[in-house]
Write a protein that binds this ligand. Structure first.
Ligand SMILES: *Cc1c(COP(=O)(O)O)cnc(C)c1O
Length: 441
């Protein structure tokens, strides 16, 4: 009866994205506040990964916590077909007011993968509802990551995580991505090459395409690869010139992560479908939204169920998640969240300028609260072992940093203090110095 939490975990739990045989035992977390996690054994760890990119304002924010407590005691959950409630309506209003027209309808689900799955299904059925052309092809960007359900795996197949499932995935053509970084001088040539290739694909297959999907400005899981807003805009304009529905996956980039509320603002593009999750509830609860344009929504209106969108989840629009979402969006004004993030960007750029001089450190890049470098080569490699060494050494210094192979990044919550951020930057600089022999030769 007196088994420790770790003993119970090791006996009964199967962890995500983990090789259970070789992974060290998981660390029990007792509580969290602001940018800090407090472990059972009393250690304090700075969360520089926003706990898998979901946290926005900091952990256990008292305003979100009290909105949740109030909601839990009022209405914890209710079926969302045929019923509605205040948190869902208020959150939808706040989202639509923060987004450009013609994005106008919010469809709720519960995680980033389902937000993407819903968008793909909406785009697919859009064509079946409105025309007799049998469009079957999805276009996505090389390196894009969109979640782990089947449709999301298909569009994200080049992220390199899904080899065992390849035979099951639907038809997707991947388009070249044109990355850029601080001090990059050749990005316009890279973009021109990518756009020429995209034009070729569109000339040949444009009429077969059901939708185009991309992570705007930052490809997260494939290595925090960033592109210029001009590149994203050029790609989106090409799709829209051919009436191909555009899906932007802002599951990671939404809610301030790139310095604006949504990344699409910087590229000045408006998609037909927008996927949101992760930061939507401030990082408190699983919740997601797929926001549709009026054109997409109208295509599902009809006199019988055939043209309706036959999709829903048990916990669609959970009132607790929506209440957390409303409270989180209010905090952007109350706490000047975007100004806080602008200060993080400034500090990170100055830090990267130094780090970029270390041997083997390539492609320094920063946007919003994200700062990243690639180690050893300039190509992201999720299977590179250097990440584990950097992670362990950072952890010993009280920093939660979760490299993706040879890509190392900082992503603090907006509440991080200048001192905390400096501690993380200096700690990571020291660790890169100590581990340089592992990735330079
Ligand atoms: C994390 C992520 C997803 C998947 O979200 P889950 O909530 O993990 O299912 C989809 N797209 C992007 C861009 C992501 O970063």
């Amino acid at each position: 009866m007196n088994e420790s939490i770790v003993e119970l975990d090791q006996k009964y739990i199967w962890h995500p994205f983990t090789q259970e045989r070789t992974a060290p035992p998981p660390l029990p977390v007792a509580r969290a506040l602001g940018a800090s996690l407090f472990l059972e054994d009393g250690r304090e760890i700075l969360d520089m990964a926003c706990s898998w990119w979901v946290n926005v304002h900091g952990h256990s924010h008292p305003k979100i916590a009290s909105a949740l407590a109030h909601q839990a005691a009022t209405l914890e959950h209710v079926i969302f077909a045929g019923f509605t409630h205040e948190p869902a309506a208020r959150l939808a209003e706040a989202l639509i007011k923060a987004l450009p027209r013609p994005l106008s309808r919010v469809f709720y689900s519960d995680n980033g993968s389902t937000a993407v799955e819903v968008a793909l299904k909406m785009a697919w059925q859009y064509w079946r509802n409105t025309s007799t052309t049998n469009r079957r092809m999805f276009l996505a960007m090389q390196g894009g990551y969109h979640g782990d359900t089947f449709g999301a795996m298909a569009v994200g197949r080049t992220s390199g995580y899904y080899a065992p499932f390849n035979d099951l995935l639907c038809e997707v053509t991947h388009l070249p991505f044109a990355p850029t970084w601080l001090g990059d001088t050749a990005c316009e040539e890279r973009e021109a090459l990518a756009l020429a290739r995209i034009d070729e694909v569109l000339d040949r297959h444009g009429h077969e395409v059901a939708a185009f999907l991309a992570e705007p400005l930052v490809q997260g899981a494939s290595g925090m690869n960033m592109c210029r807003p001009e590149f994203l805009r050029a790609v989106v304009e090409r799709m829209q010139a051919r009436s191909i529905p555009v899906i932007l996956d802002e599951v990671m980039t939404g809610f301030g992560r790139t310095g604006t509320m949504f990344a699409l603002e910087q590229a000045q593009v408006v998609p037909d479908l927008l996927c949101l999750s992760k930061g939507i509830s401030g990082g408190f609860l699983p919740l997601a939204a797929t926001v549709a344009s009026q054109r997409i929504y109208n295509a599902f209106l009809g006199d019988d169920f055939h043209t309706a969108f036959a999709h829903g989840h048990s916990f669609t629009a959970n009132p607790l998640g929506c209440a957390a979402g409303v409270a989180s969006i209010k905090l952007f004004d109350e706490e000047g969240t975007l100004e806080r993030i602008a200060r993080i960007t400034q500090s990170n750029r100055a830090w990267l300028a130094e780090v970029a001089n270390l041997p083997g450190v390539t492609r320094p890049r920063a946007l919003g609260s994200i700062a990243a470098v690639t180690l050893g080569t300039d190509v992201s490699d999720y299977h590179a072992e250097i990440g584990a060494a950097v992670k362990a050494k950072c952890f010993a210094r009280g920093l939660l940093i979760r490299p993706m192979g040879n890509v190392v990044y900082l992503m603090p919550p907006a509440c991080v203090s200048p001192e905390e951020l400096k501690r993380a930057q200096d700690g990571l600089t020291d660790v890169l110095r100590e581990t340089a022999h592992l990735y330079t030769r």
